[in-house]
Ligand binder design. Structure first.
Ligand SMILES: Cc1cc2nc3c(=O)[nH]c(=O)nc-3n(C[C@H](O)[C@H](O)[C@H](O)COP(=O)(O)OP(=O)(O)OC[C@H]3O[C@@H](n4cnc5c(N)ncnc54)[C@H](O)[C@@H]3O)c2cc1C
Ligand SMILES: NC(=O)c1ccc[n+]([C@@H]2O[C@H](COP(=O)([O-])OP(=O)(O)OC[C@H]3O[C@@H](n4cnc5c(N)ncnc54)[C@H](O)[C@@H]3O)[C@@H](O)[C@H]2O)c1
Length: 467
């Protein structure tokens, strides 16, 4: 029977620092179906950033707005009115009103010992949490997540971070969003949908720079059509605010802001800084075992210590952190019990960006495939070229693309931009992991009329010698 552990000295097999999705999964996979014990240390809420401040609230906010936009583009329906209070209430439901009782119950049901408080290494296999000392017989795992980067120009204005954007309570009339990445594009989508006049200040010349250029172009066109002003190649030289103050999550943090930018002066009621995140590795006691944050990111760790999830510097995505945590958990259990661990597989990283249109991608982009030396063929078709995809809305923007390695004839990358694109990408992930040549994929018949028929159009678009 598990407990919320409060003994001054606790000996367990595994100690996991951070109970986000990665920490939870490593703890579960290191112990399930064994007698091994694990202490899961959490300084805030069990469930981590993802459950309360990131994935869950952002997708809870975006979904009603996406449905409203879809309804507005289907003959026979009128665009529904957005009930802002109702949308925020839906978000509150999905974050369990910032109460982790449900996650604690899950941890207890799987036999984990939850320790509340900030954990620090204090020596080999030793973690301290306040006055408590936790000794790990086998392994310590760092699953402490990441924190937003705030450049110095915004340090004194108490800007919103993604936590405020997902936890929004007061809708800013005029909102500036700094950044052109995933958080910036998703947050601009939901805050414009909730009524803010949004201005995006983007340093580079395109949105979503890690994706295929056509993805950023489609999202730029959609945000602009939704009334968002996007200034590209724009730097902020100065940012001032009247009486900045901490007013609480999702509330406006002081008086109006004035910004000097390369696109001219801008005045706003709130500013969201979304320019990336860094692994949370400070204040972890790494120095007590002769290590630095760089050692963690380079994987220069003793055999009893590992990092997983955002803290490891790997792609900062919940599903990726959970996958790596399942692999690591099994390895920890195998080492502790003297069993052989399953061999590792080189898996591709999928991602869905919940803008409207959605962007869903896995594996290599054209550019990354070429720079890794592959000889590739590209198939690219309009998203509306399959009847099932065209039926989703009256106007269906977007593009579908496969990147195929000519040598093996297998898919190495895929990008889908369009309504419900997130539901198409897993087929591409399966194709990449199995390495099935596109010649064989011809026999995977998609149902008519579904958006999956885009696979037919894509295969037909490949050179004949490949299909
Ligand atoms: C706005 C936003 C939206 C996102 N949407 C998506 C999405 O749709 N899909 C997706 O795949 N990814 C999404 N992400 C990324 C996703 O949130 C992260 O990749 C994921 O949360 C990482 O999980 P983790 O377990 O590594 O870390 P976290 O979820 O950050 O959890 C780490 C936990 O460790 C705790 N902790 C830290 N230090 C200590 C310590 N010293 N002692 C004890 N506890 C500690 C923290 O309190 C936290 O609870 C989003 C991110 C943001 C910012
Ligand atoms: N749906 C999802 O999968 C999802 C949603 C949200 C966040 N996330 C993950 O969370 C992580 C963080 O997201 P993010 O959007 O903060 O980071 P990001 O790295 O995706 O984007 C940051 C952007 O800010 C720009 N930038 C960097 N420094 C800047 C500066 N000083 N001034 C102006 N612009 C600057 C970068 O060029 C980049 O375009 C990402 O890894 C992302 O994948 C995933």
């Amino acid at each position: 029977m598990a407990s919320t552990a409060d003994e001054a000295e606790l000996d367990v097999d595994v100690v996991v620092l951070g109970a986000g999705p990665a920490g939870e999964n490593v703890a579960q996979y290191a112990t399930e179906d064994t007698e091994l014990t694990c202490a899961l240390v959490e300084g805030e809420l069990v469930g981590g950033e993802c459950s309360y401040y990131a994935c869950m609230p952002s997708k809870a906010l975006l979904r009603p707005l996406e449905i409203a936009a879809t309804a507005g583009q289907l003959g026979g329906l009128r665009r529904p009115e957005v009930d802002v209070a109702g949308v925020l209430a839906r978000r509150d439901y999905w974050v369990s009103r910032y109460d982790d009782a449900g996650q604690i119950a899950w941890a207890e049901s799987t036999g984990l010992q939850v320790v509340r408080g900030h954990g620090r290494l204090a020596g080999e296999r030793l973690v301290v949490v306040g006055d408590q000392r936790l000794r790990a017989r086998h392994a310590v795992v760092i699953g402490t997540g990441s924190v937003p980067v705030i450049p110095p120009v915004y340090a004194q204005v108490s800007p919103w971070t993604s936590r405020d954007a997902t936890g929004v309570v007061e809708i800013p009339q005029r909102l500036v969003v700094v950044g052109g990445g995933v958080v910036a594009c998703e947050a601009a989508t939901w805050l414009a949908g909730l009524g803010s006049a949004v201005t995006m200040l983007v340093r580079g010349d395109r949105l979503l720079p890690g994706q295929e250029p056509f993805a950023g172009e489609a999202v730029l066109a959609a945000l602009t059509a939704a009334g968002v002003t996007v200034h590209r190649q724009t730097d902020v030289q100065a940012c001032r605010r009247e009486s900045p103050r901490e007013t609480g999550l999702g509330r406006i943090h002081g008086g109006p802001l004035t910004m000097q930018t390369s696109a001219g002066p801008i005045v706003a009621d709130e500013i969201l800084v979304a320019v990336g995140r860094r692994p949370r590795l400070r204040d972890l006691g790494l120095e007590s075992v002769g290590l630095t944050p760089d050692d963690v990111l380079a994987g220069r760790l003793p055999d009893w210590l590992s990092a997983v999830g955002d803290a490891s510097g790997e792609p900062a995505l919940t599903h990726w952190g959970k996958y790596r945590a399942r692999v690591l958990g099994e390895q920890i259990a195998a080492a502790a019990l003297g069993r052989a661990a399953s061999p590792e597989v080189e898996a591709p990283v999928p991602q869905v960006i919940f803008t409207d249109p959605q962007v869903a991608a896995v594996g290599l982009t054209q550019e990354s495939a070429r720079s890794s030396g592959l000889d590739i063929a590209i198939a690219r078709v309009p998203y509306a070229s399959a009847a099932g995809a065209a039926l989703l809305r009256d106007e269906v923007p977007g593009t579908a693309q496969l990147v195929v390695d000519r040598a093996s004839g297998a898919v190495v990358g895929a990008t889908f931009v369009g309504p419900d694109a997130g539901e198409l990408v897993h087929a591409a992930t399966v194709a990449i992991v199995t390495g099935a040549p596109v010649r064989l994929l011809r026999h995977a018949v998609p149902s008519y009329p579904t958006a999956s028929e885009l696979w037919l159009r894509l295969l037909e678009d490949l050179p004949r010698d490949l299909r």
